[in-house]
Ligand binder design. Structure first.
Ligand code: FAD
Length: 380
């Protein structure tokens, strides 16, 4: 058992740390206030290859392993979780279904464009279908060599900026797990539009939109996987996506810990630093311990994925544990900062808002527990 990052992984971590310090951290507060991300930052991310991290080298990507990817996501999330979610959705659920289930023609046409920085999004959630994706209502009607898509997709990360959407819809008249298809749809396809941008509590640098589908014609060749395999495509992508969200939560949690240690050392009350007061020191110990436990789960899930082994249970465990540990860390960080932690001048105020959604998206904590319990009860 080896707990060290290898030379390549360490090099990536240092490179991303430097990039984040130079390009992201200085504008993280401004992006949060404005609820936007400047095009110059997206251009710099493109230039540095962040949009092709997980893509196979044959399609213009860097083909990094999942542990390296996790290290990158954690580093980015320390600087801005809004930036990291844009990249994690693009590098996992937005593109992985294409790499895994697309035809060779679709892969060679679209993956190089995505790897070069044309942004990808993932559209499963609907107004009436959240945790229960099998209740989705968007339809895909077959019409000759096309499908015609109708419906509405909610909470689409990268919705307003994306060039490509992985969209789940069902054969009219089907119900539940049956009859769902996944498609790759290009942004300029007539009938696809951004209906609304959400005004969110956190991750404000990232755009989250409602996507309307009105008679959107998609070539049959752009279906990802077999007929009726839509939910399987989505759930397979989510196993990998959840590992990314675990690392995102770890990054935010680690930023909370780092800020708390720095603050506790300099802030004095009752004639001594906060750090030397046992109650505060214990909070710091708990933050560090929970985050480290979650980090080991996340590395294990990433390692399993890299070995090509089943990782549904481990990805759910990592996401559950990391998002809850990071939530505790954010709460403790605000507490350690006292009244200043409640003010926007201090980064922990943003971390506290940003971390909340890691317990909600790509499956809520309740759904992760259902997934884990199902696996354990089946003896897996
Ligand atoms: C910022 C943001 C970005 C997102 N990005 C994307 C994206 O890119 N693509 C996409 O498709 N979706 C995206 N989502 C949607 C996200 O995945 C859903 O919000 C999430 O799956 C929960 O669905 P819901 O909001 O409809 O809540 P609901 O499913 O209505 O759940 C409400 C509450 O009930 C609980 N609950 C539901 N069923 C059960 C059960 N059986 N047992 C116990 N508790 C249960 C849930 O855990 C939750 O606490 C995003 C959401 C947000 C907020």
């Amino acid at each position: 058992m080896d707990f060290e990052l290898n030379e390549n992984q360490t090099m990536f971590r240092n490179m991303v740390r430097d990039f984040a310090k130079l390009h992201i951290a200085p504008i993280a507060h401004e992006m949060d206030v404005k609820g936007d991300m400047p095009d110059t930052l997206i251009a710099a991310l493109r230039e540095a290859g962040f949009f092709g991290l997980t893509f196979p080298e044959a399609y213009g990507g860097m083909g990094v392993d999942t542990i390296t990817y996790g290290v990158v996501v954690e580093e980015l999330s320390k600087a801005s979780a809004g930036v990291s979610v844009m990249l994690t959705v693009h590098n996992s659920v937005g593109s992985y279904p294409v790499a895994l289930f697309g035809t060779e023609e679709v892969k060679s046409r679209f993956l190089p464009r995505m790897a070069a920085g044309e942004i990808a999004a993932f559209c499963v959630t609907e107004p009436g279908a959240g945790s229960d994706a099998s209740s989705l209502a968007a339809t895909a009607r077959r019409d000759g060599d096309h499908y015609v898509l109708n419906g509405s997709k909610s909470f689409v990360t990268n919705g307003a900026r994306a060039a490509f959407y992985v969209i789940l819809a069902r054969e009219p008249g089907t119900h539940g797990n049956k009859g769902t298809h996944a498609f790759l749809v290009e942004r300029d396809t007539p009938g696809l539009s951004v209906a609304k941008k959400e005004d969110k509590m956190g991750l404000r640098a990232s755009d989250t939109a409602v996507i309307a589908l009105d008679e959107v014609r998609v070539p049959v060749g752009h279906r990802l996987g077999e007929e009726g395999a839509g939910l399987r495509v989505a759930l397979t992508a989510l196993d990998g996506g959840r590992i990314g969200i675990a690392f995102q939560a770890l990054g935010i949690g680690q930023a909370c810990l780092d800020a708390s240690i720095a603050y506790a050392k300099v802030r004095e009350q009752f004639g001594q630093s906060l750090a030397s007061q046992p109650v505060i020191a214990h909070k710091i110990a708990d933050m560090g311990t929970e985050l480290e436990a979650a980090r080991l789960l996340a590395y294990h899930a990433a390692w399993l994925k890299d070995q090509g082994r089943p990782h549904t249970r481990e990805a759910a465990m990592a996401k559950l544990m990391a998002s809850e540990a990071a939530g505790h860390a954010a709460d403790a960080a605000v507490q350690i900062h006292g009244g200043y932690g409640f003010c926007k001048e201090y980064d922990v105020e943003r971390y506290y808002r940003d971390v909340r959604v890691t317990r909600i998206y790509e499956g809520t904590s309740e759904i992760q527990r259902l997934v884990i319990a199902r696996k354990l009860l089946a003896g897996q």
